[in-house]
Design a protein around this ligand. Structure first.
Ligand code: UD1
Length: 434
């Protein structure tokens, strides 16, 4: 059964997790790098590309715009840009993924125009793109939203000094993409410092761009006339790695996450140590072991290098297992607590007040029918199922497969009991509504 056919995951809880798991390439790096490939004029080879639904969707968009793609293995792809023609990606694909907004920057940079439907993605509350548009305007583009389409046009993009009002991964990526082929120097201030931004900068530089300062607050880009070709290996997915680390801490046992960059996971390792979990860090792997009880803790999400908002729902599941009171403060997205209702169905005691969630932990969770409300919430509920008594039936799992390669297989190889189930006779859910 293909992952795209799985509708439910049946989880039997209570097993400890033991063993080693190999982490796939980073979803959020791949989703920024694929639009960058559209700007290349020669062959590009990418390695460690995660085979997940969001990436498959982005590949279909890139192909639809005229790129020839050859798959050399599950995670290695070659791209031949000679047939590239379109600047208007199809609505049906774009509305399925948030990162399709990056097509604005890459197509505007490459063709001087882009017509991109207002993007979809996970429903985490309001997800404005005002900073993206402000930046494009500063670079000389005319931006209009008409009939659900964002129309961008520029006779010529000209480098500019742009200060972002909020630290935004998406705006940083988009403005980097647009600026590499602009005339002259662009300075982007108050930008996101996520490792995926650094990976994108490395990829753009390999193509012949001149991007300096990625990973700091200020990125300086000197525009070039043309980008060539490149070979690039995508960084490991720190959010996937963090998911298995938090799962091991919640379920107990000892799990090694391999092929990771430990520096990218420092906020997670620090929090786990604070909670009484043992962590061993080696050059390319981290081992998480827990045998004793968890210590309650407060958790605050922040842009990188803070604790990632994408791991907040998983952190919440872990805190339900720590006897005592813990508080989560969600500082990145104002409404990222939709998993709370589902966790309450499993017996969790959580009170949400604005951006804070107070967790009264230590009571055992019990298996229940629940739904994956978004990608990371889905992963969190899967882990909740692993520590719950009895059976959890997790629905709407398409969300999970958007971002995790082989998640059921990987967890089962560590000793979990997860059975994928395809429902007969019911229609498959379509793309992400958020
Ligand atoms: C990206 C990630 C997502 C992660 C998030 C924060 C991808 C494909 N997605 O999402 O997994 O959870 O970063 O680490 O990489 N904002 C504005 N105006 C804007 C843009 C953003 O106000 O123009 C606000 C958002 O509402 C949010 C905050 O800035 O409160 C951060 O959002 P941003 O970093 O842009 O997230 P995404 O790029 O959408």
């Amino acid at each position: 059964m293909g992952e795209d056919e799985v509708q439910k995951l049946i989880v039997r809880g209570g097993n400890r997790l033991e063993g080693r798991v190999r982490i796939s390439g980073a979803k959020n790096a791949a989703l920024a790098i694929l639009p960058a490939v559209l700007m290349a004029s020669e062959k590009v080879s990418l390695y460690n590309v995660p085979d997940i639904i969001d990436v498959r969707t982005m590949l279909r968009i890139v192909e639809d715009l005229g790129m020839t793609i050859r798959r050399r293995g599950r995670n290695s792809l070659d791209f031949y840009p000679s047939g590239l023609r379109g600047f208007s990606p199809p609505y049906s694909l774009v509305q399925q993924i948030r990162a399709s907004s990056y097509l604005m920057g890459s197509l505007l940079g490459r063709f001087g125009k882009a017509a991109v439907p207002v993007p979809g993605g996970c429903d985490l509350g309001p997800r404005p793109i005002d900073q993206h548009l402000k930046g494009f305007t500063a670079l000389g583009a005319d931006c209009r939203i008409e009939h659900g389409l964002i129309n961008l046009t520029a006779g010529k993009l000209i480098g500019a000094h742009i200060y972002l009002d909020v630290v935004s991964v998406g705006a940083t990526v988009n403005l980097m993409l647009a600026a590499v082929l602009a005339e002259g120097r662009t300075v982007l201030e108050n930008v996101a410092k996520e490792p995926e931004i650094v990976d994108l900068a490395n990829m753009l530089n390999a193509l012949g761009a001149v991007v300096k300062g990625a990973g700091t607050d200020v990125i300086k880009i000197d525009g070039v006339k043309k980008l060539g070709g490149a070979e690039h290996m995508i960084i490991p997915d720190r959010i996937e790695a963090g998911t298995y680390m938090l799962a091991a801490a919640a379920a107990g046992g000892a799990v090694t996450v391999g092929e990771v960059i430990p520096k990218h996971l420092e906020a997670v390792t620090a929090k786990l140590r604070e909670m009484g979990v043992e962590i061993e860090v080696e050059p390319e792997q981290i081992t998480v072991s827990r045998n004793g009880p968890l210590i309650p803790s407060d958790l605050k999400t922040f842009p990188y290098p803070g604790f990632p908002t994408d791991l907040q729902p998983l952190g919440m599941v872990l805190l339900t297992a720590a006897p005592g009171t813990s508080v989560i403060t969600e500082n990145v997205f104002e409404n990222r607590f939709r998993h709370v209702d589902e966790l309450e169905k499993m017996g969790a005691q959580i009170k949400v007040e604005g951006r804070a969630a107070v967790i009264d932990g230590g009571l055992p969770l019990s298996g229940a029918p629940v739904a994956a409300t978004d990608l990371r919430a889905g992963a969190a509920l899967l882990v909740a199922g692993l520590i719950a008594e009895g059976e959890t039936v997790l629905g709407e799992v398409d969300h999970i497969y958007r971002g995790y390669e082989n998640i059921a297989e990987k967890l089962n190889s560590l000793g979990a009991q997860i059975k994928p189930q395809q429902l007969r006779g019911s229609s498959k859910a379509t793309g992400d509504p958020g």
